[in-house]
Design a protein around this ligand. Structure first.
Ligand code: GLN
Length: 499
């Protein structure tokens, strides 16, 4: 393990093994080196990070800090960060500096985490491979010819490569879980509404949800606990209290307080790929640890991909209408009319996949097609949610593969958008239903990591995280790290502490 867990970092800082400034300087220099190979970061924020680090060192000296204070952090570049570029990996926002910070950024700043970089992603979070970025594709640290997954590919690659112990992500249809799976790390998408969307650049507002990527469940919980909670600036953020999540930095995740019943949805195990065999092994591990498994059926699963891509496209087409070349973002040169300004600014600054979503989304919402596409997709969404609610009458959680296969090669699916969309077959259903879901590493297939997905009922993050902690107590897949050649952390104070 390159970074010890967050609690070990906090303990090392408490002991004075190294200062927050030393740790931050090391992160900045490692990030610069590794980024040449992985392209996982869009902005490396030396000045902001070092100012934050010094402030935390002073606060630590006064004994005025919590567990997360001084812990390095990378934000997906979809979160507005006052004073830093926020690009969403688009030419449209390549020169945009947000005038305010997202709630997630504010909360993690307040907890004392040190943001030293902003991670690459698919443009406006649309994609499953991080090949749709204006700033170039991201490489998977396990095999640099392969994709890290998307859209939070830069976040996942940064954690997997040991550049940071934790990164934020967002997940609309799988964008935290799928890259976590491809990069051999843990990632949680909380219940819709658990984390504020204020200042998180909108893709599909009824699906977008912020979450965390880290090596293990304990670190996911610590950071999620600090970023979650009601926010009056996001009308869809939930006021559902979770004292457990709020207090998790004191109590730790712990183990499930009773034996779990876990459902295996038949529809997720129809294709017998390498990942399915490993999820079977995970089932055996959890069974030996006391869980009981039952088969369940989620009969509308196959309709999730078409419903998701219609709904997400429709919402994207309206959300992205704000980029008009007038108020902010890219503006084309030499125009004669306002129509031409709109048209050329948008044509020149959006990438191909974003345009595809805007076109299909606008089509699905247009008069004459609305009922046949958008309305129908909404009805399917309800059926999918009902499938889950029925299953949760008899089980605590569901266990599934996260993805149909392991990380694919760069360029392998770029010519076939539908094949790319099919990558999200196991992640979009929970998104449509607004359920919390998490991907954990559960093995290696042909030297590439495989992830399994746990899905819980609404607001059951506790059950989800505790089941994950149980699994990670029994297994060591989450501690495997890729060999990325010359180790970027070879000289780090953290590394020395470890050895
Ligand atoms: N891959 C899916 C898409 O392209 C999901 C993306 C996401 O969750 N942001 O829409």
């Amino acid at each position: 393990m390159i970074f010890p867990g967050i609690r070990d970092i906090a303990a090392a800082l408490d002991r004075g093994d190294y200062s927050v400034r030393e740790l931050t300087e090391q992160c900045l220099s490692d990030a610069r080196t590794a980024n040449e190979r992985l392209n996982c970061l869009i902005t490396i924020a030396d000045e902001r990070a070092l100012a934050q680090a010094d402030a935390i060192d002073r606060a630590r000296a006064r004994g005025d800090t919590g567990t997360l204070a001084g812990v390095p952090l990378v934000h997906k570049d979809i979160y507005c960060t006052e004073g830093l570029p926020t690009t969403c990996a688009s030419r449209m926002l390549a020169n945009f500096t947000a005038p305010y910070s997202a709630t997630v950024v504010e909360r993690l700043d307040a907890a004392g985490m040190v943001t030293f970089a902003k991670a690459n992603l698919d443009e406006f979070a649309m994609g499953s491979s991080n090949e749709n970025s204006h700033f170039g594709a991201v490489a998977n640290p396990w095999d640099t010819d392969r994709v890290p997954g998307g859209s939070s590919g830069g976040s996942a690659a940064s954690v997997a490569a040991g550049l940071t112990p934790v990164a934020t992500g967002t997940d609309t249809g799988g964008s935290i879980r799928q890259p976590a799976s491809f990069c051999g790390i843990s990632g949680i998408k909380p219940t819709y509404g658990r984390v504020s969307r204020y200042g998180m650049i909108a893709f599909a507002s009824s699906l977008d949800q912020g979450g965390v990527l880290a090596r293990d469940v304990e670190d996911l919980a610590l950071v999620l606990g600090a970023m979650a909670g009601y926010d009056e600036r996001d009308s869809t953020s939930s006021s559902h209290d979770d004292a457990w999540l709020e207090g998790v930095s004191h109590t730790g995740v712990g183990m499930p307080d009773r034996s779990l019943t876990i459902g295996l949805p038949l529809e997720y195990f129809e294709h017998h790929t390498g990942s399915v065999a490993l999820v079977d092994a995970a089932k055996a591990t959890l069974e030996a640890a006391g869980a009981r498994f039952v088969d369940v059926s989620l009969p509308n699963t196959a309709a999730a991909i078409p419903a998701y891509y219609i709904i997400a496209g429709a919402e994207a087409s309206t959300n992205l209408s704000r980029y008009d070349g007038v108020r902010f973002g890219y503006r084309c040169e030499n125009t004669d009319s306002i129509e031409e300004l709109y048209e050329r600014s948008r044509s020149e600054a959006f990438g191909a996949e974003v345009k595809r979503r805007i076109l299909t989304g606008t089509y699905a919402l247009s008069v004459g097609y609305y009922d046949a596409y958008y309305l129908k997709a909404q009805k399917i969404r309800r059926l999918i949610q009902n499938d889950f609610l029925r299953a949760f009458e008899s089980v605590d959680l569901l266990l599934t593969p996260t993805t149909p296969g392991v990380a694919f090669r760069r360029g392998e699916l770029t010519g076939d958008p539908v094949a790319m969309y099919q990558q999200d077959v196991y992640t979009t259903p929970a998104s449509l239903a607004g359920l919390p879901a998490m991907s954990l590493p559960c093995g290696m297939h042909e030297r590439l990591p495989v992830g399994m997905q746990l899905i819980g009922p609404h607001f059951a993050e506790r059950a989800l995280l505790q089941a994950g902690a149980l699994y990670q107590r029994e297994t060591d897949w989450h501690s495997l790290t890729p060999d990325i050649g010359e180790h970027p952390s070879a000289d780090s104070p953290v590394q020395k502490e470890e050895s």
